[in-house]
Design a protein. Structure first.
Length: 329
């Protein structure tokens, strides 16, 4: 049907009192990279399953990664438009690579430190001179640094074994290292494979002083040219986010059935308790009063100091709250 014929037919239907057919909404595709952990992709899957993004005319083309470092490499390389990740959100944007525009949650207890008691590790003091497996430059690394310092252990007094998280966990399980700093859900594997392992601490012990937040960043060029699309993404996210907050039992059951079938529901609920979520309205206050910027800056300071970078972009420059506040107005 030609455009003129369609509108002529629609006008005739209107005059006759019949409903005119609705115009199909144009769909915009967004290439999204993510980590498959509840604190990162919980709102994504909820929004897709409930049609929250579809209502905004968006189709998310998802690509899963193992670490935030890999995510940003893909974003910088041009194979992603946006990404959702954990603490690494405070790393690369400080180097001018990516623009942060949306926060998911606070990873209150998602980062954990596990040790082998049978290797003589029962306290932080016992870690001096020992190897700790982790993925450097990630949520687990930020947490480990805070935990060591808070317990009077200089991070220089331990040896970090830098591995991708699956490999780090395997090293711990095999007994090759006496300790591992990880993030959920890798704790489930450790707990199942090493029943005598001791969880020495998790990030909740250092909240809010050492709050670790995760969220979304867009490629610089994409952010500059697609603000309207990102605003729609925020609106879809906010609907999904508020559903999870208000109906957590229902949301977790749906997520477990459709996307986390290998994770027992009880364990998924444990992961949920390890993160702190806010409603979209509550996030507005945290965006405007500087709380989010301060949390981001804490992690940025760690990453830049660890990398020996003195000239970097502060959080109040790489994080732009205006898009969220406009979308939520």
């Amino acid at each position: 049907m030609h455009r003129r014929q369609f509108f002529g037919t629609a006008a005739g239907l209107a005059l006759s009192g019949l409903a005119a057919p609705a115009l199909a909404q144009a769909t915009t595709k967004i290439r999204v990279g993510y980590l498959h952990t509840l604190a990162v992709d919980g709102q994504i899957w909820t929004g897709i399953d409930r049609g929250s993004f579809g209502k905004q005319g968006l189709e998310l083309e998802l690509r899963q990664f193992n670490t935030g470092l890999e995510l940003f490499q893909a974003l910088i390389g041009g194979s992603l438009d946006v990404l959702a990740t954990g603490a690494v959100l405070s790393n690369f944007p400080a180097r001018g690579q990516g623009k942060v525009f949306l926060i998911n949650d606070i990873e209150v207890a998602t980062a954990q430190l596990w040790v082998h008691k049978d290797q003589g590790i029962n306290s932080f003091a016992d870690l001096k001179g020992k190897r700790i497996a982790t993925t450097t430059g990630t949520t687990a690394h930020v947490f480990l640094d805070h935990a060591l310092r808070a317990n009077a252990v200089d991070p220089k007094d331990v040896e970090l074994l830098n591995q991708a998280m699956p490999a780090a966990v395997t090293s711990f399980i095999s007994g090759a290292v006496p300790a591992v700093a990880l993030w959920v859900p890798f704790n489930i594997t450790v707990r199942d494979k090493v029943p005598d392992a001791l969880k020495l601490a998790d990030a909740s012990a250092y909240y809010p002083k050492a709050a670790i937040i995760g969220g979304w960043a867009a490629a610089n060029d994409y952010y500059a040219a697609n603000r309207a699309t990102l605003a729609k993404l925020i609106k879809g996210w906010s609907e999904a986010n508020d559903h999870v907050v208000a109906h957590s039992e229902e949301a977790l059951e749906a997520l477990q059935k459709a996307h986390y079938s290998q994770v027992p529901l009880g364990d998924l609920k444990e992961q949920f308790k390890a993160q702190k979520m806010f409603t979209a309205r509550e996030w507005k206050k945290l965006y405007t009063d500087g709380t989010v910027v301060n949390w981001l800056q804490q992690s940025t300071d760690f990453f830049m100091a660890n990398a020996g970078i003195k000239d970097f972009t502060p959080a109040n420059k790489y994080f732009d709250p205006s898009l969220y506040l406009e979308a939520m107005a």
